[in-house]
Design a protein around this ligand. Structure first.
Ligand SMILES: *[C@@H]1O[C@H](CO)[C@@H](O)[C@H](O)[C@H]1NC(C)=O
Ligand SMILES: *[C@@H]1O[C@H](CO)[C@@H](O)[C@H](O)[C@H]1NC(C)=O
Length: 403
């Protein structure tokens, strides 16, 4: 009996030790977040282990989570849901069934998951798309783009581009009763990256006649030059996206090559050519004081033989939209950019907001002082957070007023 009690006490202490992480006072529902984070960390450790013993690629193991959350295309009284393909790329389309006369809005949505994980079919994205469709009287096209490590850049980008280009054809818009003047591209995290990239590229495509009205970017990943911005430093161990995982996502987007990952982790992956791009992500100029705090700016270092130079795409603006020149930013659609204080990607979004504004683009930068990366995904029981619900409501309200 005595030994059992002692064992129980030891296990409880170890469990509490594993789950407990110091989180800033400002964050809400901290214990719940710690438990969610502990689950993520356990899966990450398991993925590391299965990779180490050669059983599965790290991301294949992580994909278990996505698979567990998948739901079918079920229609309800407000929304008709259908899985189909646009020019061979799978999409899930949500059409509002309300009988509003006239043309409807549309949002082309890209899910998050670091170009490696996630799916339009996940419950949380299904909830978001359903709600957007019925509340905005909008057609939502949720894109099921290909993922790493099976597929690398530019496949993810190309899939999204294909869908956007297909949908923006006048006859397709007519078929879906969509107003050509009210189409948005949107996404969270890696999906925000794809939305920003496609908004930049499509404006230069002579074959696309219809313009995108809005780009809505929720805590997007936007640059590959500097993984030591103040937010990367301040939040390197924050749930649910530690710096190690974000940098792993970036490197997997381009290559399985571990040397790229290692160089990115030490911020020594840049090349002599890419140094010329550093001023586009110079956070000592682009960030407000409250984000810079006391962090000291240092130019990212060059790797010895610059393995990243051999990996195509790392500094391509289609992969890292913050690396587009000022000229290219001028004609971009109005932007809604969400950032979170406790997120390694905070400064990517904040710098893009600053550069777009300087280029004359209308920008709404909504910064959440109390949020973590990925909050928008946490809107369904049992992993529902008040901050996620708030973020979703603000996002939809903003689109209601601007799209
Ligand atoms: C349909 O919309 C109404 C009004 O917004 C809402 O009360 C209802 O819960 C919705 N139905 C579903 C299945 O979401
Ligand atoms: C970044 O800005 C700082 C401060 O203005 C400046 O000293 C530095 O040279 C800049 N670095 C780059 C790469 O533009």
């Amino acid at each position: 009996m005595g030994t059992k009690l002692i064992m129980l006490a030891v296990v409880s202490v170890l469990l509490a030790y594993y789950v407990y992480i110091p989180l800033p006072e400002a964050m809400g529902e901290r214990w719940k977040l710690m438990v969610v984070d502990a689950c993520f960390r356990s899966l990450e450790h398991l993925a590391e282990l299965t990779e180490l013993i050669g059983l599965k690629h790290y991301m294949e193991m992580m994909m278990v989570l996505t698979a567990a959350e998948t739901v079918g295309p079920s229609s309800d009284e407000n929304v008709t849901v259908m899985d189909t393909t646009f020019n061979k790329v799978p999409v899930r389309v949500y059409e509002p069934s309300s009988l509003h006369p006239g043309l409807r809005r549309a949002v082309i949505y890209m899910h998050g998951g670091g170009w490696c994980l996630g799916s339009a079919k996940m419950l949380n994205y299904d909830v978001l798309s359903r709600k957007s469709a019925s509340e905005l009287n909008a057609v939502i096209v949720s894109v099921e783009y290909r993922l790493a490590p099976e597929h690398h850049f530019p496949d993810q980008f190309n899939d999204v581009y294909t869908v956007v280009k297909f949908f923006l054809q006048p006859d397709v818009l007519t078929q879906y009763s969509v107003d050509p003047g009210r189409v948005a591209v949107s996404g969270d995290s890696a999906g925000g990256n794809l939305a920003a990239a496609v908004a930049q590229q499509v404006q230069e495509d002579p074959e696309v006649e219809v313009e995108i009205k809005i780009q809505a970017l929720v805590y997007p990943a936007l640059q590959t030059i500097d993984f030591n911005t103040p937010s990367y430093q301040q939040n390197k161990n924050m749930p649910i996206l530690p710096k190690s995982l974000m940098v792993r996502f970036w490197s997997e987007y381009f290559s399985r090559d571990k040397s790229l990952l290692n160089n990115m982790m030490t911020n020594s992956h840049t090349t002599l050519e890419s140094r010329g791009l550093s001023d586009l992500v110079n956070w000592s100029v682009l960030l407000p004081e409250k984000f810079r705090k006391d962090y000291k700016y240092a130019l990212p270092g060059c790797g010895s033989t610059a393995s990243s130079a051999r990996v195509p795409g790392v500094f391509d603006p289609r992969a890292a939209p913050l690396l587009a020149g000022d000229e290219k930013l001028k004609a971009l659609p109005q932007a809604y950019i969400v950032t979170c204080e406790y997120d390694v990607l905070r400064d990517d979004g904040a710098m893009y907001a600053a550069r777009l504004e300087k280029a004359g683009v209308r920008v709404t930068h909504e910064h959440y002082e109390d949020s973590f990366h990925g909050a928008l995904m946490f809107v369904t029981w049992p992993t529902d957070f008040a901050i996620g619900q708030k973020m979703m409501n603000h996002y939809i309200d903003w689109l209601r007023q601007n799209l």
